[in-house]
Design a protein around this ligand. Sequence first.
Ligand code: ADP
Ligand code: MG
Length: 601
Amino acid sequence: MNTDKGDRTIHILDPATVNKIAAGEVVERPASVVKELVENAIDAGAQTIRIDVLSSKALITGIRVIDNGRGMSPCDALLAFTPHATSKITGIEDLDAIRTLGFRGEALASIAAVSRVTLCTKLHKSGAVSGTRVVVEAGEIKEQGETGTPEGTNILVQNLFFNTPARKKFQKTLGTELAHITGIIEGLALAHPEISVFLNHNGRGVITTEQSSRLLDTIARLFGSTIAQDLVPVEYCNPIVSVSGYISRPAVFRKNANRILISINGRYVSSPPVNAAIIQGYGTLLSKERFPVVFLFLEIDPALVDVNVHPAKKQVRLGPEREICTAVRQAISGALLKSDLIPAAQVPDHPFSPGQSGHRDTRASYDFEPGRADGVSEPALKPTHAGIITTDRQLRQSELPTGILPDASIVPEMDVIGQFGGIYILTSTRSGDLILVDQHAAHERIMYELVSAKRESARRSQELIAPILLHRSARDSAVLRELLPSLAEEGFEIEDFGKDTFLVRAVPVVLGTLEQADLINEIVDDLSREETPRSVSNRERITRIIACHSAIKAGTACTQEQCRRLLQQLRLTHNPFSCPHGRPTMVRFTREQLDAMFKRT
Ligand code: ADP
Ligand code: MG
């Protein structure tokens, strides 16, 4: 064997390089520093944590975290910067009972490897007059000594990534970095309502939470009382896991999963399987591409959770993952089933944006013009004979069974009081609330579920007695041609006749024997307009349009009997509280709200 040094290409890296490489995994960006330092403060039993982010010229220049926790002794303050130095575990078996957020002993070493850290700390109840000050730069101790400092720990991180130029360049815009930091602090603050957290940027307060035993207070502090008031509580327990927290009603939703916050044993983590279980728990109450607002707390025997799968501890591995996900799903669906999901009436503070002054609706409240066509002046429209017949036909169309029994409906029973402005159905519930239903949105929801259900059935097409001939512009024809396969799936039989002419031979059953070109033209108009987000599939778009076009229009006077039928059909839908576009179908005014408005309280 040739051991000549000249052939050697492998060598052991020096400790400084090793630390810098390891640091890259833990300290990905400024927000990672904030996360590690705040986690340390939580582990130190702090009751108050203050985070100051300093920036200049759109770059983060300093991060300071001050806590009133346990503090460190002079020798610990030095040792804390050594890689793999931790007070939290002594061996791997301790991970089975881990209750602290940290355990790797890497964070301070990693942060100090790529920045300049100034630590001031004094041990709690030590009685010592002074504390310890340590300055570490690029992993080397530069200064150490005594200093006057309160009990607890104060860490300042400056010159972040000064010796890793590539990483420094990666600092995104200040706004993005601050958003990441805010997100981290929100998650940590929610997981620990018992701690007061202050986040400041250049001295200005960004987040303030006050020590509270009520999670709802913390949610209100972070996200506003409007959101907090409208949440449904979750409480579920089985021998493996306890699930608690708050979730949004289906009428409140987001376009992404950013507001699904999960904490497992006090650790704020991202968990794709738990996220999926949450969405499943909502079932059909939530349509596709919609995400709820969720604050969920899982308590699991630490022995069943592997926390050591991610250098920045952002994820965990759940031993009995299937059982835990089932529990989450049941917790969510159970909570939704138990609660009343009609959103409370909330008048927006500024219904009209300033640029829109002189809007006719604003004027209508002072300047009442009888006979105006917008319905404001004619609350009680009289149904016409022809109108009654059309509405009856539309209601017959949607009278198909959906499989839900009336007594299992999540909508309370409502008695019709009357109709307002040809659009709102006024109702009262047994519990004495006033509920306003938007008749078009409600019928749209009914039709939408019907069209979706019909899609699977054998006979979804209805042949027209006389086919309809369509002439469209060249541009529209191109759109239509592209959509023919999707339209065929929904039950439209349309033949391309060439020269921008099409022959409609059959339409979906739910549209009835509707032999007017109007509706088809409207559908093509709608589909060629590119308003709907790209993420919505053609099939979904077509379903929504059919639902919209076949639904009872706003401005249609209905008889009491028709209103009653509509409400009954709505109660049989899977997701009665919002229309397919996500607008609410009903809004509730409680007796207390009305009393408050009339100053009766
Ligand atoms: P870990 O948190 O995984 O133990 P760190 O590198 O984050 O590793 O911290 C190393 C040690 O320094 C901790 O175990 C703890 O004993 C001590 N320490 C760090 N931050 C604080 C703090 N804010 N208050 C008290 N002790 C701290
Ligand atoms: Mg730590």
